[in-house]
Design a protein around this ligand. Structure first.
Ligand code: PRP
Ligand code: URA
Length: 217
């Protein structure tokens, strides 16, 4: 069964509060997405394989370690883009493979518009990056794509999840561990009156993660 890790780290709690705030503008929002992504990736990579290697310090020989897993960072466009840069700095040999999906406004189901994965898998561990796990449709579709590609180990690194999305992803892919900063209360229902928010947004959430990063809201 999938492991669902929800961080209670004080730094993450503090930063997620700022992310949620309606007062936070795009520049600060992007910085926070980047920082929270690094902190969550630290947890998500705790079980990566290493092999022992010798290393020479200025003083003596020592035992060292080298990562054995080739890592693929897989941001879901657009909002996942903001999670790439910081994590990539921590693991500069990772490959980055973009998957373009948007949610159809009527059905809330993901529509794929970009995928340039090569024919055969080139990495051992894929970290899917997307700040929002709402209905779970985009995450499930991305895991489907990566499994069809031949990826063996896949983890989902998000920031805020809805219970509905966590349930859908764990049911569809029980072998995919999920790393989040928070699981929120519910998703907005279909609007019933003018001025109601659109359907399928996480409450309390942080609004539209893509629009808030790119200033397009
Ligand atoms: C958002 C978000 C996820 C998706 C989550 O993307 O970044 O990809 O919605 O919703 P789901 O769990 O119900 O599939 P959106 O489709 O708004 O596209 P954008 O990132 O380009 O704004
Ligand atoms: N996508 C977002 O950006 N925010 C949500 O709350 C749900 C989907």
């Amino acid at each position: 069964m999938a492991q669902v890790f929800v961080s209670d780290h004080p730094l993450i709690r503090h930063k997620v509060t700022l992310l949620r705030s309606v007062e936070t503008g795009p520049k600060k929002f992007r910085e926070l997405i980047r920082e929270v992504a690094i902190l969550l990736a630290y947890e998500a990579t705790a079980d990566l394989g290493v092999k022992e290697i010798p290393v020479q310090t200025p003083m003596a020989g020592a035992n060292g370690y080298e990562l054995t897993d080739k890592i693929g960072l897989v941001p879901i466009l657009r909002a996942g883009l903001g999670m790439v840069e910081g994590i990539w700095e921590m693991m500069p040999t990772a490959e980055v493979w973009h998957i373009g999906l948007y949610r159809d406004h009527q059905t809330l189901e993901p529509v794929q518009y970009y995928n340039k994965l090569p024919v055969h898998p080139t990495v051992q561990v894929c970290l899917i990056l997307d700040p929002m796990l709402a209905t779970g449709g985009s995450a499930v579709a991305t895991v489907d794509i990566l499994k069809h590609w031949g990826a063996q180990r896949i983890k989902f690194v998000g920031i805020i999840g809805a219970p509905e999305g966590v349930e859908r992803l764990t049911q569809a892919h029980p072998d995919v561990d999920i790393y989040l900063a928070a699981i929120d209360d519910h998703l907005t229902p279909e609007p019933s009156a003018p001025g109601d928010p659109p359907e399928g947004y996480i409450v309390p959430g942080l609004g539209d993660a893509g629009d808030r990063q790119f200033g397009t809201g």
